[in-house]
Design a protein around this ligand. Structure first.
Ligand code: GCW
Length: 835
């Protein structure tokens, strides 16, 4: 049976069987009293291939197996029949990881969705905040009865933002005019506020629950007021009220039941930041979504309406900080002219609970301050930063602080003056401390010194500094030790600096994952690193527990995502790239959410709640990252992308000035085999991990195939766990990756007519590009590796379409901001695995 046939045969797709609530918006710290589901399906992290795509679908459908792990949920929905949640046995896939935290079955409705008759084209500009009228009559009637007016009797700009959103969202979803009122006026009131801003909220018996929520938490509760049934949205702060309003709207936009409604949530990580790599000239480093959203030349006088839209979108997923500027920093951003521009943005973002931060160029005292040094030990330098901080805080009283890349890839830093990273960080930390600011100091260091193994450098430089950083400094660590590859093991610094708050840096923009066109949902990647067990304090010492501060007892916590946002109408360069922004926010709020649960809520809000759309599209997303790994860098390969632009395959590059800039440095293909020996017989990078983890990576018997070539140099004809030789397994994965993109295209074809023609067509076009480029990756890499293995493509697999010289001679992309390689868009990319 082909993948396509399997999708069509999924019981879910039969009329009347549409109970697919695999998950809800509710994770372990975002509770619904109505859902008591035990772990829903986990993510696929293993060999994947076609099974990973199919597994995603099967798990949503509650069908059998696939790669979905975990036991079936047992949600107790209040609407009859909504309890059958992800009841599939799961775990059939050998590579299944365990399921996520308890997830209640609260999404969706049992009603049959009508085939849409007229679907207006959509640009994607509304993101997941579309609020279309509920198209199923039962649920619509419930919502129309329950939501007739929004009651707010006080409060400031954040409360106003919340009520504006509720009025817009509820009006859209119910197809009626939901009004704002100062008092309860009959049935259907949504009463919002804090005990301070609203006497109605103050009168409800919520004090003890609110006390447990902290400043950003919220409660959404069906209750009674003045003899009327109402929904209360309550919090300790007005921003909490805003978060609660978005939680309610998400609940409704996913067509969830509202009987006995009770939602609550509070973030596990305090600072949840987007890092924009935006430059003064409007370009975005590693941006594939147009130019910068910040129109510096028009600021501060002209405020694009997109600034507010950006703030709404971020608040809706819990993001509460934006570093406006590139870590490859420009001192001009710290001048009065640019501080005024940042202030204008801060003023727009403030009601939405979003603070602005700036990247700080370490040499700014010299470049814009006329000093002769930037030495942290110099008193004039210290005064310069203190004065600069005062100037910024005068303009922006809630300025978040500085993000710094120092002594890496040519950036200035304290080492220029023989000082340490801690000396540098503490200089800035002291300047912002009295204002409540923080400094986020990046551990992504990339020196020019020759190294035995480039991935060891961050640990070597930073681990010895543990305990030396000021209290308001976080060290920000990328998910892996190399550089945002499609797959890497987790970074060894997680857990290794117990006295230092550590922030996790994820990349949302897909620099190494197909940039704007390829569908690669990063939720599974994020989940993989968050769940990775550092073992520093024994089992359970996951990266999530390191960065939420619970493992090593830090109150200062942060997570950053390198933004994929730009001036494109669809914000992120593609419709599916919006999901990566979305999942970053949701997992930043709750790092225990499952990628699958988040994918489902995103699809429901972005495309459709119809199970005939939700199940296959969630399946496409959940399999997409493994599929991309397979056709780009399977089995632990890394960094084989084209020079500078990082687009397309170039494993043969060997002549760049520094050894570790070259792909050959990372894959180490030779006549014997492939892969980087990082065990004790090689660079011994494994020794940077806790011994239980390092030992597991070091042994061929225990290292997973997904990390194999990252840690081992393996002979071409050595047998892997799969029973195939390395060469055979390599060919199999590359080929499977290509064909799985073809299967995704077939799946996408099934939702035709269920979503608007514009977005349907645009996604289809990108999938076609991805399919051709996947074949390009496969053919180029296999042709190249064959020159070492001297082995033929095994029977049952297509030969590369062109000789190696063809791929080596390609000169693309013409435009690195929208990279394409039309030369390879010929022929038929599949099948790579011959029928
Ligand atoms: O991933 C690499 C990018 C650089 C980036 C650097 C970093 C901002 O290729 O463009 O520079 O990482 O994270 O500092």
């Amino acid at each position: 049976m082909t993948y396509f046939e399997r999708v069509l045969r999924t019981p879910l797709l039969r009329p009347g069987l549409i109970c697919l609530a695999v998950s809800s918006a509710c994770g372990s710290n975002e509770h619904s009293s109505r859902g008591s589901g035990a772990g829903a399906g986990g993510i696929a992290s293993g060999a994947g291939g076609i099974a990973s795509v199919a597994g995603g679908v099967a798990s949503v459908a509650g069908g059998g197996g696939g790669l979905s792990g975990g036991t079936g949920g047992t949600a107790t929905g209040t609407t009859a029949g909504t309890a059958a949640v992800n009841a599939g046995a799961g775990g059939a896939g050998a590579a299944a990881t365990s399921g996520g935290p308890g997830i209640g079955g609260v999404s969706g409705t049992e009603e049959t969705y009508p085939v849409p008759t007229a679907l207006p084209d959509e640009t994607g500009a509304d993101l997941w905040l579309r609020y279309p009228k509920v198209p199923v009559p039962g649920r619509l009637a419930q919502y129309q009865a329950a939501f007739t007016h929004v009651v707010s009797s006080g409060g400031g700009p954040s409360t106003q933002a919340a009520t504006e959103e509720l009025v817009q969202g509820l009006s859209g979803l119910t197809g009626t005019s939901v009004m704002l009122a100062a008092a309860v006026q009959g049935a259907g009131a949504v009463v919002v506020g804090t005990p301070t801003t609203s006497t109605l909220i103050a009168g409800l018996p919520l004090a003890s629950e609110l006390a447990a929520l902290g400043s950003d938490g919220y409660l959404v509760r069906a209750t009674e007021l003045q003899g009327q049934s109402v929904i209360a949205v309550a919090a300790n702060t007005e921003v909490g009220v805003l978060y609660g309003s978005f939680a309610l709207l998400r609940h409704l936009a996913t067509h969830s039941a509202i009987t006995g409604l009770s939602l609550s949530g509070s973030p596990k990580i305090k600072n949840r930041l987007l890092n924009h790599w935006d430059n003064r000239d409007g370009t975005v480093e590693r941006g594939y979504a147009g130019s910068s959203l910040w129109n510096w030349s028009q600021l501060p006088g002209t405020l694009s309406p997109r600034y507010k839209a950006y703030a709404r979108a971020n608040a809706s997923i819990g993001i509460n900080g934006a570093v406006l500027t590139n870590v490859n920093a420009d001192a001009q951003f710290l001048t009065a002219t640019y501080i005024a521009k940042a202030k204008a943005l801060a003023d727009v973002f403030r009601p939405y609970g979003i603070k602005v931060y700036l990247s700080a160029r370490f040499s700014a005292p010299v470049e814009i301050g006329n000093l002769t040094t930037a030495d942290p030990a110099d008193a004039t330098v210290q005064k310069w930063w203190a004065d600069k901080a005062n100037e910024i805080y005068t303009a922006i009283p809630d300025f978040g602080g500085f993000l710094v890349k120092a002594n890496s890839e040519g950036q200035p830093g304290p080492q220029t003056y023989n000082r340490t990273h801690a000396d540098g960080a503490n200089l800035l930390a002291k300047a912002v401390a009295s204002h409540g600011g923080i400094v986020i100091w990046r551990a992504f260091v990339y020196s020019t010194a020759a190294e035995s193994d480039r991935i060891k450098q961050a640990y070597e430089e930073f681990q010895p500094l543990d305990g030396k950083f000021a209290a308001n400094v976080l060290v920000q660590v990328k998910n892996g030790p190399l550089d945002f590859q499609p797959r890497e093991p987790f970074h060894p610094l997680f857990g290794a600096m117990p006295k230092t708050p550590i922030s996790l840096e994820l990349q949302i923009t897909k620099e190494y994952l197909g940039e704007d066109t390829h569908l690669a949902y990063t939720g599974p990647l994020y989940e993989e690193v968050l769940k990775a067990d550092t073992q520093v304090n024994g089992p359970g010492s996951t990266v999530a527990r390191v960065i939420d501060g619970t493992l090593q007892k830090h109150a200062l916590t942060a997570i950053s995502g390198v933004s994929n946002i730009g001036s494109d109408t669809n914000w992120s360069g593609s419709h599916f790239n919006q999901a990566n922004w979305y999942v970053f926010g949701r997992m930043g709020w709750d790092p225990d959410l499952s990628a699958q649960a988040v994918a489902e809520e995103w699809v429901r809000q972005t495309f459709s709640n119809d199970p005939i759309v939700v199940a296959p599209v969630v399946g496409m997303m959940m399999g997409s990252r493994q599929t991309l790994v397979n056709y780009m860098e399977p089995l632990g390969l890394a960094h084989m992308m084209g020079t500078d632009h990082h687009y397309g395959p170039a494993p043969w590059v060997s002549t760049l000035a520094q050894a570790e800039w070259n792909p050959v440095y990372y894959h180490k293909a030779d006549a014997q085999g492939l892969g980087f020996d990082r065990t004790a017989t090689g660079s011994n990078a494994v020794s940077q991990y806790a011994s239980a983890v390092g030992d597991a990576f070091a042994k061929r018997a225990t290292v997973s195939d997904d990390s194999l070539l990252f840690f081992h140099h393996v002979g071409w004809t050595e047998k892997l766990d799969t029973g195939k030789t390395l060469w055979e397994e390599l060919v199999r994965r590359y080929s499977q990756g290509v064909d799985d993109v073809g299967h995704v295209r077939e799946t996408w074809a099934t939702v035709k007519g269920r979503i608007d023609a514009k977005r349907f067509g645009e996604v289809g076009d990108f999938l076609q590009i991805q399919h051709y480029e996947a074949r390009w990756w496969r053919d180029a890499c296999l042709s190249y590796f064959a020159t070492f293995s001297k082995l033929a493509i095994p029977a049952g697999y297509a030969a590369p379409a062109n000789p190696l010289s063809y791929y080596q001679g390609l000169n693309c992309p013409a435009d690195v901001k929208k990279p394409r390689c039309p030369q390879v868009y010929t022929g038929t990319p599949s099948p790579a695995v011959l029928p």
